[in-house]
Ligand binder design. Structure first.
Ligand SMILES: [Ca+2]
Ligand SMILES: [Ca+2]
Ligand SMILES: [Ca+2]
Length: 117
């Protein structure tokens, strides 16, 4: 029996001084077939406890477990407004033979003061 929810937290101490310089938290959920349903990725680039980047992935599947849609949403400045969205549609003919296609939609290209590397 697989765990339906998986959370991976990474703390990075870049200079080894004992204080965390960046952290990321990834949360995954799976269906009973072990297909990835959602993934949420959060990044605190400067380790101040405030999330600076957020991204999510949402997938749907048909009854055979083949992926039907995949939606990626990125919030580059973690202000709650999605800055980038990409939707992928999968179509299948007989069996699992996969035919087409990708459709990409961009809400905005970039936010103004996004990533503070
Ligand atoms: Ca450090
Ligand atoms: Ca931060
Ligand atoms: Ca945003």
């Amino acid at each position: 029996m697989k765990t339906p929810t998986q959370i991976i937290t990474t703390n990075t101490d870049d200079d080894g001084d004992g204080s965390i310089d960046s952290r990321s938290s990834d949360t995954y959920t799976y269906d009973q077939r072990d297909n990835l349903l959602t993934g949420v990725f959060e990044n605190d680039n400067d380790g101040d406890g405030i999330i600076d980047f957020r991204s999510s992935q949402t997938n749907t599947y048909n009854q055979k477990g083949n992926q039907l849609t995949g939606v990626v949403e990125n919030d580059y400045d973690a202000d709650g407004t999605i800055d980038y969205r990409q939707e992928t549609l999968y179509e299948y003919l007989k069996g699992s033979e996969y035919v087409i296609g990708v459709s990409t939609e961009e809400v905005e290209v970039f936010a103004d003061n996004s990533i503070d590397f």
